[in-house]
Design a protein around this ligand. Structure first.
Ligand code: PEP
Ligand code: MG
Length: 891
């Protein structure tokens, strides 16, 4: 007989059934409530229904397992005993909160239901017991609203409408101006709203309330908000959510009560100071919802000195216990402090790095743990552009600095408008401006460059979500008035329209009108320290994709160990160059082409000299011309006339050539290695430019390591022809120069066939670089430039877990890569007895999950854009450290 599964875990009074390491089963919130309770931190008693129940609930077609009921009944009884009150009691009722809590934090997945257990009878009891009917009826009307909207799908606005109406009738402005009698009346109206919407009266049996609330939490796991959040955050593999039922404590019983949220260190900068907000005489959600603007936590020191000191002790105790920065929620009920939550605090990349490094210095963790604590993607934050201090745009208003970095964007006033704008103008930056944000807004928030709200504090929804994503955000900008209907905002006496530019500085809270220039950051201080640790830990080398000396130099500053891809075609677009290029394309014969190429050669050579100089001592992979030639000719009549004039040829000739070059599938057409096979003089010019630049730089005393890369091969014959021709030419030039230049000739693996015959290809290639953009395109048969029309649906319908152009499709494309590496290495070894150098230069080279895959298949290096170099360095270190076991990166 199997042992019975335990579905419910109790906590409270210094004891707990669960532990912090049981997050998968109890969810983050439940596991930490248990942990806090057992280490003697004051936590209101309660219990957690496990994630397994959620899983079984869905397996059984939304039915709860039988044995949950008696376990919940027993756990509730325990709570009643500890608190000394009975659930539903008509004289002194126990009230509970019901909250969701998955293993990974998903803010706002489901709104909390508070005050459960209040009924027409028990509300009277509470009023008498507390001698505060106002408080009792306020609690009751909140319950009807939260329960109605969260558990029963009643529109929250219907309740809000009743509240506003009553305030108008009573001629009062604030909710707090309503009297007990007013709130009693409001309860009556709320109940009517509830009954009309649901077709049944508000439940008067508290157990009925409790079960409906529990089911609502489980149902919310598959709600749109939660599914969307998991998709954006790439959260997969969780069992479900747990449900936490906990006895209520009240922060709204008077001025000796309050509620707050805080971080044990500053989540923006990482500084080791207490950071957060609180509100006196308020219930928990008021702080997070951003409805009232709260006070900074340091002021609590003046208002409630004893509580503040106790909080400071708990802050230390938690950090010492968890060895990590914590995000806490607390409530003070009539002067007594209760902790409602602790969890690993979400933080900006900047603070993640500082905290990780300082925790090592403070002796809490070691360097390896520090490396695993920082999400590579979050480094984006340290690489965020900062506002140009010389900019003339001065701040016109100040909000609360909620998530650092500077952003300029065109104003949109709703999340839907952000989505619509991004679809229409994908290249335009968006600034999402709202009174406050809610979980419904996440899709639009994700697309925005920056977020600005007029209300809310540092722990409001907008702040927490933006920080998690490393998006600049300013909240609580009270000087700004938003008129959603008119599509305008008013700030500092100026009215701006939707579509106007607005700039925010999430590091200072400044708001500026117009678009502001930004400047680039650098790797220094704690960032450099962490990168140093990562470099010691990683096996993969990290190169960069760069086509200019400036980009190459920037990447080197960021730690690039060479160039993995220099796309030479980008060098043909300068004013004079494009003319020569077009001359080449329009030439009638080989001689004409050669003459035009001779004009291009000095430009190419000069570019290569610049890049070689910037990368002194490091390898530089230069790819021969790749795109189809038609990309260099204009397709519109006016452009064609200009070209004709520039080259002194009839316009018809230009038109004819464009026509001739037209292809139905240019990405599968006359491009890559096919170009120099048909026109060898193009390849010759590029090889000459590369080698003669290398000779010059070598002569000037620098060290050069050129690697000539032939793109888009599918057969070994293609490579053999081009390689032999390149070597012959290069060797002649080197021999004539009198200096010794070492160089390699290798190829890209971008066509599935090349991966299939990688052993043969490697006989002719000194290195492989996986061009995973094309490899993904050709393996899926998806045009990489045309995925917009269907990728959204594919992701939504879970046909694909992630966009395969962003993160390697391990299941499919990954097989080709793995095979290509293995066969390539074997082929090279067999024929030449040497190691084949293998790297990746598609966009995936900067994606942490893809970097982990590259590590796993044994590549030598990854190559990515300059700004992703630090991200790749850290991801490579994590992949290396994870070999012995998976690194649990906090999302
Ligand atoms: C690739 O295909 O992955 C690649 C790096 O080349 P490009 O993106 O220039 O086609
Ligand atoms: Mg390619």
């Amino acid at each position: 007989m199997s042992t019975k599964t335990k579905y419910v875990y109790s906590f409270g009074s210094g004891k707990a059934d669960g532990r912090a390491d049981m997050k998968e089963l109890l969810g983050g919130k439940g596991a930490n409530l248990a942990e806090m309770s057992s280490i003697g931190i004051p936590v209101p008693p309660g219990f957690t229904i496990t994630t397994e129940v959620c899983h079984d609930y869905y397996e059984a077609g939304r039915k709860l397992p039988e044995s949950v009921k008696p376990e919940v009944e027993a756990a509730l009884k325990k709570v009643e005993e500890q608190v000394g009150k009975k659930f539903g009691d008509s004289s002194d009722p126990l009230l509970v909160s019901v909250r969701s809590g998955a293993a990974l934090s998903m803010p706002g997945m489901m709104n909390t239901i508070l005050n459960l257990g209040l009924t027409d009878a028990s509300v009277e009891g509470l009023a008498k017991k507390t001698d505060n009917p106002r408080f009792a009826y306020d609690g009751y009307r909140r319950l009807i609203d939260m329960f109605g909207s969260t558990a029963m799908g009643v529109e929250h606005e219907l309740f809000e409408h009743e509240l506003s109406k009553l305030k108008d009738e009573k001629k009062v402005k604030l909710d707090t101006d309503l009297s007990a009698a007013d709130l009693k009346e409001l309860v009556k109206r709320y109940k009517a709203v509830y009954e009309k919407a649901t077709g049944e009266p508000f439940p008067q049996d508290p157990k009925d309330q409790l079960w409906k609330a529990i089911m609502a939490v489980f149902n919310s796991w598959m709600g749109n908000k939660a599914v969307e959040y998991r998709r954006i955050e790439r959260i997969t593999g969780l069992k479900g959510t747990a449900v936490n039922v906990q006895s209520m404590v009240f922060g709204n019983t008077g001025t000796n009560s309050g509620t707050g949220v805080a971080f044990t260190r500053d989540p923006n900068t990482g500084e080791n100071t207490f950071y957060g907000d609180y509100l006196i005489n308020a219930q928990g959600e008021d702080v997070v919802a951003g409805i009232r603007t709260p006070e900074p936590i340091t002021r609590l020191h003046e208002e409630m000195p004893k509580v503040y000191e106790q909080l400071m002790d708990i802050r230390q105790k938690l950090e010492k216990h968890y060895k990590e920065m914590q995000d806490i929620e607390f409530t003070v009920e009539d002067g007594t402090l209760f902790m409602l939550q602790t969890r690993t605090g979400k933080r900006t990349g900047t603070s993640a790095v500082r905290i990780a490094v300082e925790l090592v210095k403070e002796g809490f963790i070691d360097e390896k743990a520090a490396i695993s604590r920082v999400n590579p993607e979050s480094l984006n934050h340290l690489l965020l552009p900062q506002l140009d201090p010389k900019s003339k745009n001065k701040p016109v208003a100040q909000g609360i600095a909620a998530s650092p970095g500077a952003a300029s964007g065109k104003i949109v006033l709703t999340a839907e408008a952000a989505v619509a704008h991004a679809e229409k103008h994908p290249d335009e930056p968006i600034m999402l401006v709202r009174k406050e944000t809610s979980p419904e807004d996440v899709a639009g928030m994700h697309l925005a460059k920056g977020i600005l709200t007029s209300t809310g504090g540092k722990a409001s929804h907008a702040a927490v979500v933006a920080r998690g994503w490393g998006k600049p955000c300013v909240v609580g900008c009270e000087a700004m008035k938003i008129d959603e209907k008119a599509g305008t905002i008013t700030i500092a006496g100026k009215t701006l329209k939707v579509g106007d530019y607005l700039t925010i500085n999430g590091s200072t809270g400044d708001v500026m009108i117009g678009q502001v220039e930004t400047i680039d950051p650098s790797v220094s201080g704690d960032f450099a320290t962490l990168m140093g640790w990562a470099d010691k830990a990683r096996k993969l080398k990290v190169r960069t994709n760069a086509d200019t000396p400036a980009d190459a130099a920037k990447a080197r500053e960021f730690g690039a160990e060479g160039i993995g891809l220099c796309r030479t075609e980008h060098m043909f677009f300068g004013d004079e160059r494009i003319v020569a290029m077009r001359k080449m394309i329009l030439a009638d014969d080989v001689e004409g082409r050669k003459a035009a190429l001779a004009q291009l050669e000095p430009f190419q050579k000069k570019d290569f000299v610049g890049i070689f100089e910037a990368m002194d001592g490091l390898p530089v992979t230069i790819r021969l011309l790749d795109p189809p030639l038609h990309e260099f000719l204009p397709h519109d009549e006016k452009g064609q006339e200009t070209v004709a004039k520039e080259l002194g040829i009839p316009v018809q000739k230009v038109k004819d050539r464009v026509e001739q070059l037209h292809e139905f599938n240019p990405m599968l057409g006359f491009r890559g290695c096919r170009l120099p096979i048909v026109y060898p003089e193009i390849g010759d010019m590029q090889v000459r430019a590369i080698i003669s630049a290398a000779i010059d730089v070598k002569k000037a005393g620098k060290s050069v390591l050129p690697e000539i890369m032939i793109p888009l091969i599918g057969t070994v014959a293609e490579l053999k022809i081009l390689k032999e021709r390149a070597i012959k030419l290069a060797d002649e030039l080197i021999a004539a120069s009198g200096v010794k230049v070492e160089y390699l000739v290798g190829t890209m693996i971008e066509i599935p066939r090349a991966a299939l015959v990688a052993d043969k290809v490697a006989e002719e290639a000194q290195f492989f670089s996986f061009g995973t953009n094309d490899l993904t395109q050709m393996t899926f048969g998806f045009s990489r430039d045309d995925i917009k029309s269907f990728m959204g649906t594919y992701l939504k319908e879970k046909i694909l877990p992630v966009d395969p152009f962003q993160s390697i499709d391990v299941e499919g494309v990954g097989q080709l890569i793995e095979m290509g590496v293995k066969k390539g290495r074997e082929g090279r070894k067999a024929k030449h007895g040497e190691h084949l150098k293998v790297g990746i230069c598609g966009e995936h080279g900067g994606d942490p999950d893809s970097v982990a895959f590259c590590h796993k298949v044994g590549m030598d290096y990854v190559s990515c854009s300059p700004f992703r170099v630090p991200i790749a360095r850290l991801a490579a270190a994590q992949a290396s450290l994870a070999e012995g076991g998976k690194i649990a990166r906090d999302k």
